[in-house]
Design a protein around this ligand. Sequence first.
Ligand code: ADQ
Length: 487
Amino acid sequence: MVSPAPHRTYDFVIAANRLPVDRQVKPDGTTTWRTSPGGLVTAMESVMRDREAAWVGWAGFPGEAPQPFDDGHLRLVPVGLSAEELTDYYEGFSNGTLWPLYHDVIVPPTFHRSWWNVYRTVNQRFADHVARVAAEGATVWVHDYQLQLVPAMLRDQRPDLRIGWFNHIPFPPVELFAQLPWRARILRGLLGADFVGFQRPDDARNFIRSCRAVLGATHKGDVVTWGGSDDGRSGAAPRSVRAAAVPISIDAQGFRDLADSPSVKARAQEIRESLGEPEVVLLGVDRLDYTKGIRHRLRAIGELLADGEISPPEVTFVQVATPSRERVEAYRTLREQIEGTVGRINGDFSHLGDTAVHYLHQSYPREEMAALFQVADVMLVTPLRDGMNLVAKEYVTARHDGGGALVLSEFTGAAEELKTAYLCNPHDIAGLKETILRAIRDDHEEKRRRMRSLRRQVRTYDVQVWAQDFLRALEVAPHRPPRSRRS
Ligand code: ADQ
């Protein structure tokens, strides 16, 4: 056991693949750190306010880790990763094995023992860093699929800690999870936590079923009990771990204020004008990822154009595809396919000055995203599988003017909550086309009614409620928290 170190320790520690800051190198060679504009940072701010908190994560560039440093009240503890480790742990095991396996095997997962070995090594490094900075009895919140072994590795060293883990992506059905050669070790890693949180109740159920099938664990309601002896070794004392859904959300007030600012409104008007004041703007905003259903969406749009149901300049489609994981083969292939399809559609259906599909392969500041959302008459969020999908929640929040319409895939976590969206099955191209047309053509009152209810949902269950619900559940795990706003 690593005893709490003599240096400064913290009673709240977050472990996530990335630190919430980006390094900026100035022309004179000096470096500064800038807070990355992410939902997680905002969510954590609300729960870190009155605590001594540390955040353990990779600093965003390969090589030796910078020394820990303070950013306001928060202690940042960089974890060093070599270029080879990034290839094997991050691009390899996390994004080439786990990501496709956990997203319904949309592309086949790759299993490499060498990737697994590096994943283990890196998880151990994260656990060691957390063990060093966590105060006696501290609360530790571990994030996401890159760090599934950390809870047990940490528990081994620091049984005094209260450990929670949250999965930002889906947890697959046992029939798929069982393909993973290291399935038992992943589950044992997670069972080192006191509470494991998921986006949807189905994800929590999938996890519990996997624990039963793979480890022979028992369960009562949402509490899994496991004796620790599935591999024939005499195990530790049985542990009980609660697994439940705590769906993530956005900083609704912050995003609404941003969307309401005069500069964003002016920018929205400017974008609309530059698109040629179309009657209907359709918008898609996704990381360029095969889970997001961009190809299926383009197929539906292409057919609607071919059928003459929509046409520029009256209707135009804007697809923002954020560059993502460009060193992973499946992502490079996807980009080529998407750009080929956009080229073909525009070749067939655009006219000089009237573009059928505007395709933007770029990252934008939050202000630009908020302006784009305000321009969108119909937002197309049609992933084949998505843990939650924050774009859907950002869109309904940005449209506080009451306008707009949200087409939302049933296969997103968001669809569990945003039930008055125009729900669709993105695999069913005919159905998807019908749903898009309905979202375009329904009368204003029907659309406003739907959007009102969606906005209320996001406003009530914002990211601050999410973080508080998670921590409340962790505090009393394995029992249910007495006053959770969701249960
Ligand atoms: P992601 O797969 O990254 O997250 P999502 O939830 O949609 O997906 O979040 C994307 C974020 O990036 C949104 O805040 C969006 O506004 C922003 N964004 C997208 N394109 C952008 C661009 N071009 N420029 C700037 N910003 C852009 C994972 C899971 C999701 C889960 C989240 C949070 O896959 O299912 O909702 O984590 O748990």
